[in-house]
Design a protein around this ligand. Structure first.
Ligand code: F6R
Length: 365
């Protein structure tokens, strides 16, 4: 049931600190500050040359963020594909490498077909799924469950952040197994993960401010989302969430791509949502924001206190999120991104939990 919430989506957004916390508790040992996966892996990360990650929609954006994590923490190359492309593009795959599949429902037809293809090519298959009895879970060599609980809203929220928690733990495990991370590195990263549920709860406190900003977004025809690094796939997710539940057209772009085309769209009617924690690429994103501001575009900046202090641009509204370790910001920044889409849809009066033309589980290709 919806508890006291108006929509399942709102309930599921608010449940995230709790269910991400449950997922965390299954993947790390808090006492020793080490990753402790719930399944024994039937392969050695040291013997794997390349990881391929395949999924659809929001789950593919979790995979995209995980690509940055695996590459940074384990120095392993990662290829990311949406399942409908992976299954037909006849990618050269190496027997014994690892293929990861991400799916809330575990029934998505394209993801399942991609899994079967990888298996037929002799790859190790590992799936991150929310429904443990699903077809994808049953057919995978290894299953890493997300503990989001049933997700009812068609737009995925809590499954996404739980997927990120599982993938973050797996990336740390890979880095450790390949000798790229020391015990001290692992402990530091695990401490960062342990903080996430509390930080997500703090991020929920931005809701009243976001509700007000949603009134402006609801007046727009198009919205642009920008980010760099792991905030780039989150920008893609923000645009997807907004368009699927509010029916407002939105696009996500890597901030550095702005001047390669989309900047032509910017005028005073085009709000730009910028996801930019204060990190090593923050200054680059500030110059992108200046480019937007110079063309009259309104900016909503999701950042932390340091970022808010550095970005002194007129016409900029900042949503200030808690300070945190740079690596895992997408789990926390997902919260305001989801809330902005949700409140915009509520203002637009759409059927938030059952958006038109969409199904929770896409079992046909
Ligand atoms: C968007 C959304 C979809 C799903 C996609 C994959 O909010 O929910 O994009 O993420 O259809 O579904 P699963 O994860 O069940 O494979």
């Amino acid at each position: 049931d919806k508890a006291n919430y108006r929509h399942f989506m709102a309930k599921e957004i608010h449940e995230q600190p709790e269910v991400v916390g449950h997922t965390l508790a299954r993947y790390v040992d808090m006492a020793t500050e080490k990753v402790a996966l719930p399944a024994k892996l039937p392969f050695d990360f040291g013997a794997i040359q390349r990881i391929s990650i395949t999924a659809c929609g929001t789950a593919s954006y979790a995979g995209y963020i995980a690509k940055y994590w695996f590459e940074r923490l384990s120095r392993m190359p990662v290829e990311l594909d949406v399942a409908s492309e992976f299954r037909y593009r006849e990618a050269p795959l190496r027997k014994g490498d690892l293929a990861i599949f991400i799916s809330q429902s575990g029934e998505t037809a394209d993801t399942l077909a991609a899994l079967r293809y990888a298996k037929s090519q002799g790859l190790h298959t590992l799936s991150v799924v929310n429904v443990p009895t699903s077809t994808i879970a049953r057919e995978s060599e290894t299953v890493l469950p997300t503990l989001a609980g049933p997700e009812i809203g068609v737009a995925s929220t809590k499954a996404f952040t739980c997927q990120l928690m599982v993938l973050a733990a797996l990336a740390v495990a890979a880095g450790k197994a390949r000798g790229e991370l020391s015990d001290a590195d692992e402990a530091k990263l695990v401490r960062g993960l342990i903080e996430i549920p509390r930080l997500m709860a703090a991020a929920l406190a931005t809701e009243p401010q976001i509700e007000k900003l949603a009134r402006d977004i609801a007046k727009s025809k198009d919205v642009l989302y920008l980010g760099r690094g792991t905030s780039y796939p989150l920008a893609l997710e923000g645009a997807l969430k907004l368009k699927e539940i509010s029916y407002i057209h939105a696009e996500g772009y890597a901030a550095g791509e702005l001047k390669h085309g989309p900047i032509a769209l910017i005028d005073e009617n085009m709000p730009v949502v910028v996801i930019a924690p204060f990190d090593r690429v923050f200054e680059k994103t500030v110059s992108n924001m200046q480019e937007v501001a110079a063309r009259g575009g309104g900016i909503i900046l999701m950042t932390d206190a340091k970022g808010a202090a550095e970005a002194t641009i007129e016409s900029l509204v900042t949503i200030v999120l808690p300070d945190m370790a740079a690596t895992f910001t997408p789990m926390v920044y997902a919260v305001p991104v989801q809330l902005l889409a949700y409140h915009t849809a509520v203002i637009m009066g759409t059927d938030v939990d059952q958006p038109r033309n969409l199904a929770k589980s896409v079992t046909v290709e």
